[in-house]
Design a protein around this ligand. Sequence first.
Ligand code: NAD
Length: 432
Amino acid sequence: MDHIHQPFDQPLNPYAEWDAPMFRLAQEQFLRAAKIMNLDENLRDRLLFPQRALLVSFPSRRDDYSEVETVFGYRVQHVLTMGPTKGGIRYHEDVNLGEVSALAMWMTWKCALMELPFGGAKGGVRINPTLLSRAELQRLTRRYTMEIISMIGPEKDIPAPDMGTNEQIMSWIMDTYSQQVGHAVPSIVTGKPVVLGGSLGRAEATGRGLVYLIVEVAEFLNLDLKHSTAVVQGFGNVGANAARFLEENDVQIIGVSDVFGGLCNPKGLSVRALQQYVEQHGSLDGCSLGDRISNQELLELECDILVPASLQNQITADNAERIKCKILAEGANGPTTLEADEILDRRGIFVLPDILANAGGVTVSYFEWVQGTQNIMWTLERINDRLHEILIKAFKKTLLRSQRDKINMRTAALIEGIDRVAAAKLSRGLFP
Ligand code: NAD
């Protein structure tokens, strides 16, 4: 960090309030890409930190009315240059400012790589949503929305679901915002139910997009998907949909997991049966459709396609040597560390990096926002066709740059995104 300009002679820890392993990962990935592309130093230092961040603490009352917890919430906007900012809201017990900032930075590169008119943002609340009742979750969501209301807006910053949040939470955010301004504002969020102006295809867009890209990679690698196997870590929105679309492409799903652990069956698991189990029981806990294994064992199963679709920091220097897939398709954000990247590169594993692999979600969120602001409705066919077109274009330009400049797919994808943001910053110039 010695390149950061220090205005005073006193020592300064440039990480200070942002410090978190995930933010260091996001910054280090960015700095490596910036070095390769010879990014102007002034631009580099501007892009290294979010432009705006809001940290709030607020009371959250439990159902028995005797307990009031103090809860921390965040909203971070990384780049305000490209248009409104866009990014999901995460409910997780470990969320902190650094993590949300890393996710916001990745959103910037992801939107730019897809050529969407958004800068990156992200939000989070540090709670475990699975421990709250529906009423508690609703109160907490409405209060969090009020706390960040000055920062969000359909032309300013548009939230969406991420880990631990869903359509229902988007509805409460939309309702709270609309109550405040006095009329319905559907485009304040994306990923809301279709009856409230949500887009067809948004709920499954991240998983669907991931599989569009896997099909493209398989073709590039001459891998016959009909005789391929896949393992999916995380069986929520991204993981369950990715498993479903992989199965539709005749890929055999031999392992899945969630926070309670994994299940494997070398003869194949039925995604429909797994989904039915989760609908009835809320999770895969206790499911006997396969043999029980740990999440760590699951990641090391021999397969053609491995899809991490839960938390960050899953493929590390500790297990990268034992990962036995041909394609690593990152449904999650930040699942692979820098050290692991080097090992995977050396071992010739094809990595579909997060900012490309899981960009289907924000792309259909963009369609939802466009439909909302113009009061029009697109068909599912049109949405899926356009999604496919945008993702494959981004994949092709990333692959081309990766081959031409002899860099890995992650760095190539980052450079494509950073390049676009840097050009926009230069065209707008400095104020004043
Ligand atoms: P989700 O809350 O719907 O599902 C998360 C899943 O991960 C659940 O099955 C949960 O049990 C499991 N999980 C949690 N902790 C785990 C652990 N320690 N080990 C194994 N599994 C664990 O979340 P989601 O929306 O599917 O998001 C998953 C990832 O995908 C996140 O990294 C998120 O940022 C990323 N992502 C989501 C979207 C989207 O549209 N929802 C878009 C892009 C990226």
